[in-house]
Design a protein around this ligand. Structure first.
Ligand SMILES: [Zn+2]
Length: 265
């Protein structure tokens, strides 16, 4: 990189860092957010429509109804709490929706705009309302903690420093945002291609998800029990949820510790 360009790039990165910090709800962690909620929402909704246009909606009405009622209950509890604790702004750009799709895959995901998809296969493990709430809470947590935006922001900041300033700043910004989004959430018609979040994001989503379960009146101890059950049953089946949510005894121990030290919400 030539010197003037390097200076511009570093200055741009530093400016972005200075002006684009967010704070994660519940954990208070500071994070880099370079993209607007509206940009992320538009890309999420586009990706969601593409996915749903090829997915088969489950015909299991009972399970679909259960999923929706658990999701609605958790969203109501979360919104009431956040609005009364001055955290309502973190709900901006989120419009929750829950879908159960026909597939044996053990999987579930949430797009950054709050669209949560469960595959029928994961209900083999999430076979009680508390277990469903574990998956739901964890996925909701990724959305309210803006992990998608943060991951894209980190990648974009790295590429600025790595001499790609012109791709990020200026006319190509739109397509770069799309490319960064696709990198993490390029699900399109093919499910299970989502990039796993970092360990830090996974631990944080476990913790916040457990708080959301608590707010909605679910048994928080179901969270470590669910991950233990997933790990015990992982051999022999293709477990896509575990491939995007790598779990191990350390993660389960961290979750148990978070439950032990959970503040009164
Ligand atoms: Zn996760």
């Amino acid at each position: 990189m030539k010197k003037p360009l390097r200076i511009i790039a570093v200055t741009a990165a530093a400016t972005m860092l200075a002006v684009s910090c967010g704070v994660v709800s519940f954990t208070g962690r500071r994070q880099l957010l370079l993209f607007s909620d509206s940009e992320i929402t538009a890309l999420s909704d586009q990706s969601y429509s593409e996915f749903m246009s090829t997915a088969k909606i489950s015909r299991d009405m009972e399970a679909t109804q259960m999923l929706n009622s658990i999701g609605d209950k958790m969203v109501s509890a979360l919104e009431a709490y956040m609005n009364s604790h001055k955290m309502g702004s973190a709900l901006k750009g989120l419009s929750w929706e829950f879908q159960l799709v026909e597939s044996d895959q053990v999987n579930a995901f949430c797009l950054p705009s709050g669209k949560i998809v469960f595959y029928e296969g994961i209900l083999k493990y999430a076979d009680t309302p508390d277990y469903i709430a574990v998956v739901m809470g964890h996925e909701m947590a990724h959305a309210i903690a803006r992990h998608g935006n943060e991951r894209m922001s980190q990648q974009s900041a790295m590429s600025i420093i790595g001499n790609a300033a012109s791709e990020i700043i200026g006319s190509k910004k739109g397509s770069t945002v799309q490319a960064l989004f696709d990198l993490g959430f390029g699900i399109g018609s093919q499910a299970g291609l989502l990039l796993p979040y970092s360990r830090k994001h996974e631990y944080e989503a476990d913790k916040i998800g457990m708080y959301i379960m608590d707010l909605a009146g679910y048994d928080v101890n179901a969270a470590p029990a669910f991950w233990e059950k997933m790990l015990a049953g992982k051999s022999g089946s293709t477990n896509d949820f575990l491939s995007t949510h790598p779990s191990d005894s350390k993660r389960i121990a961290a979750l148990k510790e978070a439950i032990r030290t959970k503040p009164e919400l």
